[in-house]
Design a protein around this ligand. Structure first.
Ligand SMILES: [Zn+2]
Length: 238
């Protein structure tokens, strides 16, 4: 076992504390892209819904134009039949033309009704699109504001990460290299926790009892001891 002083134990604890802080800050930074994605995803869905509405609006306008073209074609047909009326020689032909003109007028009247309904629908959908677009813009502004806050938080986290890394290195530089090596090794298999407190004979790393004699020896703080179960370095608070 390594010979050790209380100072070295305290420095190892401090090192572990700094490293835990580094991990925590790093985790926050790593989560940032997902957080930004999350607040932007609602916006994307919203945008998609508006696009679908706009597509249905353009379909409605197409229908409207086709009605309009039909009415115009029918009007031309009526005009032509009316001209033909002057040229007919028999009453039968005259009546037939009149009947035809009447049929075309009826058809046009039906199409006009459909056109009015179509225009009403266009108005309603246009109004809806406009409202949705306004709503989208205000949501987008909110999301952008939120992103600025996230970015500024991330900046300060990056700064504190840099400072923590410097502090961590400063602490590490004051610890016996052999002890650091042992610490790193334990950290690599003990889920990042290499040094743990022993309370009432119980290792706080694995919650198992350590031999009472070892517990007594730990109070001398002159030797680095490791838990017989989880192999972490041990210390006591006196
Ligand atoms: Zn243990």
């Amino acid at each position: 076992m390594n010979k050790i002083t209380r100072d070295q134990i305290e420095l190892l604890i401090e090192l572990q504390q700094k490293e835990a802080e580094v991990t925590q800050v790093q985790r926050c930074l790593d989560e940032l892209p997902a957080k930004i994605d999350q607040i932007s995803s609602g916006l994307k869905e919203f945008e998609g819904a508006i696009t679908i509405k706009k597509e249905s609006l353009s379909e409605l306008k197409k229908v409207y134009r086709s009605y309009d073209a039909e009415i115009e074609a029918n009007s031309a047909r009526i005009k032509k039949r009316e001209e033909q009326l002057h040229a007919v020689t028999t009453n039968k032909e005259y009546q037939a033309l009149l009947k035809e003109i009447e049929e075309i007028k009826k058809a046009n009247s039906r199409i006009e009704d459909q056109t009015i309904a179509c225009l009403d629908e266009i108005d309603a959908v246009e109004k809806e699109v406009k409202e949705k677009e306004e709503e989208f813009m205000s949501e987008e502004a909110e999301v952008n504001e939120q992103k600025v806050v996230f970015e500024s938080d991330a900046d300060s986290e990056r700064r504190s990460l840099d400072a923590l890394l410097v502090q961590r290195d400063e602490v590490a530089a004051t610890i016996d290299p052999e002890l650091i090596k042992q610490y790193e090794l334990i950290k690599s298999y003990a889920r990042d926790i290499a040094i743990v407190q022993v309370k009432d004979c119980i290792c706080m790393g694995c919650n198992m009892n350590i031999p009472p004699q070892m517990y007594n020896e730990l109070h001398r703080e002159n030797e680095m001891k490791t838990c017989p179960h989880c192999h972490r370095m041990l210390y006591v608070i006196q």
